[in-house]
Design a protein around this ligand. Structure first.
Ligand code: HEM
Length: 404
């Protein structure tokens, strides 16, 4: 007989809004005691094998569409505006969408953009290289993914700033402070929707060699994406593909700044870039957790999770699981693959659709940065996004390095 979740004696997690690192260390300590805890909004899951098991179990559904409600927002406009996205879709609906769009997100499609990624990174470093000083978060990481996503979609360069703002504002819906930001979120959703519809209409009349054209053409056995699905997919790319990448790059460089010997090693051996991407994402991932709710009563590990239970697989803690990663708390870009992947791209059916692109973006960026920003060090007060944000990273990262 499974024990009802409510009868378990679980350690509790206080959401420490002040300090994200303290929060992570507290979770790491808790994960030694228990595989599950009781949080303010949900039940965090800590161990690698449990996170994977839950993310691969189709009875656990994505909580993407419920995030704001989980944080206590009950504005009626939320329900009116709720639309299905690939991240919130489940079952056959999700399988069909994923099958139709997956070829457009292949590693080969991402590889075509690699020369452009190098060009973008070099052009961002050029203006700061002589001084050997910059705010890495605002000068380099924030702008980096925008031209790449625009190039991928085939959107005009003049719209880069708009993309950047929309992506950031729309993603506020996943923050624990969403209730204070609803007007900003809704305005960004509306503007982004109108823009996307225009972009799709343009490509229908004038096809090009880009992702939108490829999504319009995507067809399998006579099945195609309809207009609303196309719009949703383009928005998913703009929203899912910008804030994630920029914050991950910020987290990765902040981590390297604490490990100068690893930075030097990467500059000397740029062929370590692939391993460096996996290791930075494992050790310090920008997406620290995701959410799932029980679509029915679920028994797991002798525990009965009643329908509706919200759990948060803690990707950042699973990434430090000693049973999967040797010396998990050591950052080492020469680490041999553990046989199981780092978890920052998730797992199961919602595994990051943009993973090949995100990997390529970092794979191209990191060695250029290591070679052109030698002896990188923190030079001022680093400010971090509040730990309430869903996608975490530095707000400001003042650094200096050897001038060119
Ligand atoms: C370092 C950068 C990135 C990180 C850390 C990241 C992380 C993630 C994670 C953890 C998920 C799964 C969420 C869940 O299971 O609840 C996800 C899904 C997704 N990501 Fe990413 N992502 C990144 C970059 C990108 C890029 C560049 C794109 C677009 C080109 C993208 C598009 C998506 C989409 C569309 C989904 C939903 C997939 C589905 O539900 O089937 N991501 N991402």
């Amino acid at each position: 007989m499974a024990t009802p979740l409510s009868e378990l004696e679980l350690p509790t997690v206080e959401f420490d809004f002040a300090d994200a690192e303290e929060h992570r260390n507290a979770l790491l300590a808790l994960s030694k005691e228990s595989w599950i805890a009781k949080g303010v909004f949900a039940y965090p899951i800590f161990k690698y094998e449990d996170c994977v098991a839950i993310l691969r179990d189709k009875r656990w559904h994505s909580a993407a569409a419920l995030a704001a409600e989980a944080f206590g927002v009950n504005d009626p406009r939320l329900k009116e505006r709720r639309r299905q996205s690939i991240l919130s879709a489940e079952g056959d609906v999700h399988t069909r969408l994923r099958r139709l769009v997956a070829p457009s997100f292949s590693p080969r499609a991402a590889d075509r953009l690699r020369p452009f990624m190098r060009e973008v990174m070099n052009s961002l470093i050029d203006p700061v290289a002589k001084n050997g000083k910059c705010d890495l978060a605002t000068d380099i990481c924030d702008p980096y993914p925008i031209p790449i996503i625009c190039e991928l979609l085939g959107a005009p360069k003049k719209d880069w700033q708009l993309f950047s703002r929309w992506a950031e504002d729309v993603l506020r819906i996943f923050n624990a402070t969403a209730s204070e930001e609803l007007d900003v979120i809704f305005k960004a959703q509306d503007e982004l929707g109108a823009y996307t519809r225009q972009l799709i209409a343009d490509r229908r009349s004038l096809p090009a060699d880009d992702l939108i054209t490829s999504l319009i053409a995507a067809e399998e056995a006579g099945d195609k994406l309809d207009e609303a699905e196309l719009e949703m997919m383009v928005e998913a790319v703009i929203v899912g593909g910008t804030d994630t990448t920029r914050n991950q790059l910020g987290c990765s460089i902040a981590l390297f700044a604490e490990h100068p010997e690893q930075w030097k090693l990467l500059a000397e051996q740029p062929e370590l870039a692939g391993k460096a991407v996996e290791e930075t994402m494992r050790y310090f991932g920008a997406v620290r957790a995701t959410g799932r709710f029980a679509s029915e009563d679920i028994e797991y590990k002798g525990v009965l999770f009643p329908k509706g239970t919200l759990v948060t697989p803690s990707l950042s803690i699973a990434n430090r699981d000693e049973t999967v990663f040797n010396d998990a708390n050591i950052f080492d870009i020469t680490r041999e693959p553990a046989g199981q992947p780092q978890m920052t791209f998730g797992s199961g059916i919602h595994y990051c659709l943009g993973a090949a692109l995100a990997r390529a973006e970092q794979h191209e960026a990191l060695p250029i940065m290591a070679q052109r920003m030698k002896n990188l060090r923190i030079d001022g007060a680093v400010t971090w996004k509040p730990s309430t944000v869903a996608i975490f990273g530095p707000e400001n990262l003042p650094i200096s390095f050897d001038p060119e």
